[in-house]
Design a protein around this ligand. Sequence first.
Ligand SMILES: C[S@@+](CC[C@H](N)C(=O)[O-])C[C@H]1O[C@@H](n2cnc3c(N)ncnc32)[C@H](O)[C@@H]1O
Length: 223
Amino acid sequence: MAVFNGIAEQYDQWYTSPMGSFADRVETELAFRLFEPKKGMKALDVGCGTGNYSIKLAKLGCRVTGADISDKMLVIARDKAKKEGVAVEFVDMDAYHLDFEDESFDGVICMTAIEFIKRPNEALEEFFRVVRKGGRVLVGTITRDSAWGAMYMSEEYRQDSVFKHATLRTLDELKGIRSEGFVRGGECLFIPPCAKEEDIGMEKENELSKTERGGFACALWIK
Ligand SMILES: C[S@@+](CC[C@H](N)C(=O)[O-])C[C@H]1O[C@@H](n2cnc3c(N)ncnc32)[C@H](O)[C@@H]1O
């Protein structure tokens, strides 16, 4: 069920808004702090969508494969990678059945896609199969127990969006998908979706991190 086919054309608009670009910045910082991408690293980006993380990883010198079940998202991803002059192999592939040999990658990343994967433990099992021993598996999600989670899960929002297909989790619930190999997690995006444009920035983010739950969380496993 490639529900993202219907919104592929609009998907990247989010990243161009002040809040979208800020969210992208803090989420990428958190993800890469944990994932530790390195030049030459062979990385698989599952649920790569329009290639946001695949392209960033490729720019850092990683050898990247992006996998997704939405052919429309993949068309945009390929086009963007070409325009940005980076080589990424984008493949139409389901997280449950990754068509790769065991231990083919140094790392697997899956950002804001586990929400749409109905059997996350099976997907994690598959990520673990294709990553080498000592390799990293990083999963990022919008958190259920945050102002962002409340917005995305509201009836009004869900009614008319892909989020009617989503399951959000807390960081603890994300960790709980697989206990074996879990190393650490982290949160970011403490600024709520209703923040005024002038409040969007690191000063407010740091201040709110003392009292609020982050709207985005990542969990890192090592095989
Ligand atoms: C919200 S988008 C995230 C895209 C990208 N990771 C990002 O951060 O911008 C979720 C993506 O997960 C993909 N997806 C959902 N279920 C999937 C599955 N079973 N296997 C592979 N991709 C899946 C969707 O098609 C969609 O492109």
